[in-house]
Design a protein around this ligand. Structure first.
Ligand SMILES: [Zn+2]
Length: 318
């Protein structure tokens, strides 16, 4: 009896903390969107661009860096203060005089690079200077980040947030639908035979020719075509600076193009054995999907082991 009530208390505790945690996330999301929309009202920069910049900046921060603030954007002292003799929060007039971009979003007369409003207003104001069109915003981002992949990622996140009118696009799917035969094991880092001494940057999922291959997350198609090693392959970037690589396909889903938005579980192609030769080469190895995951930290992109993710997605396969 005591055991049972303890179990009940424990279960309630878990349930309550789970609910609290979920609500916290929802509140947090709404708080962020409210702030983006406030800035949109002042600067006319659509909220989803601000959300996209904020998400990108969150993605490039290490977990230790994460702070207790709503906005993840961090603006360097050099950008914020320019040549201002001080790096103490001060008036935007002084900062502007010395070529800094720091602005006062709260109206307290001080431009503070640790204040959420001031940070977001500064970013929105910076972008606004270039104009309101998509091309203007692209130019603003290029001048701010000086990095092609960063601009591309932010523009794609903005499209995703605009399309779904949310910043939470966290659905996932196992790449092979239920009801099909497949097998895989952890082969990340294994040596491979073709193409010199490269390590195996992914997991091979063996399945029959023609088995559907699905996107594992929401994202935007960044690459589609032939590669000597990967054969027919597709690359999709999600909203967490992660690039998903699907190789050795038999073919692509009809109509799939670079720049398309895809959803978790959407069919993007089918299992094949293409690759290891000039375009069209197939059958040099048993049919399988090579699935790779890469993470961009704002400076470089590296491969990491997708196996634990595949395991998780397989357990919750919709
Ligand atoms: Zn492989």
């Amino acid at each position: 009896m005591i055991q049972r009530s303890l179990l009940l208390i424990f279960t309630c505790f878990i349930l309550l903390t789970t609910i609290a945690h979920a609500e916290e996330n929802v509140d947090n999301e709404q708080e962020k969107i409210n702030l983006y929309k406030q800035m949109e009202a002042i600067t006319f920069i659509p909220w989803y661009y601000l959300a996209a910049i904020d998400r990108y900046e969150a993605n490039i921060q290490s977990e230790e860096e994460e702070q207790d603030s709503i906005i993840s954007i961090r603006i360097s002292d050099l950008k914020w203060y320019g040549l201002t003799p001080t790096t103490e929060p001060t008036s935007e007039e002084i900062i502007e005089m010395f070529g800094g971009i720091g602005k006062d979003g709260t109206g307290d007369g001080i431009a503070d690079p640790t204040n959420d409003y001031d940070i977001l207003y500064t970013m929105a104001h910076y972008v606004q200077q270039y104009g309101p069109s998509e091309q203007d915003i692209r130019t603003a981002l290029w001048n701010y980040y000086h990095r092609e992949l960063t601009v591309l990622s932010i523009m794609n996140y903005a499209r995703l947030f605009k399309t779904y009118q949310t910043i939470s696009l966290d659905d996932t799917a196992f790449p092979i639908p239920k009801g099909y035969n497949y097998s895989y094991r952890n082969t990340w880092g294994d040596a491979r035979g073709f193409g010199g001494r490269r390590i195996h940057e992914g997991t091979d999922i063996f399945a029959n020719y023609g088995t559907p291959v699905r996107a594992t997350t929401h994202g935007v198609v960044e690459l589609k075509g032939w590669n000597k090693y990967g054969g027919w392959r597709v690359g999709i970037r999600d909203i967490y600076n992660r690039y998903h690589y699907y190789a050795h396909l038999n073919g692509f889903a009809e109509g799939l193009e670079i720049g398309d938005i895809v959803e978790a579980g959407q069919t993007i192609g089918s299992v094949g054995a293409s690759g290891y030769g000039p375009p069209g080469t197939s059958g040099k190895f048993p049919p399988h999907l090579h699935y790779g995951m890469y993470k961009d930290n704002g400076k470089t992109e590296w491969s990491f082991d997708p196996y634990p993710h595949l395991n998780k997605w397989e357990r919750n396969n919709p």
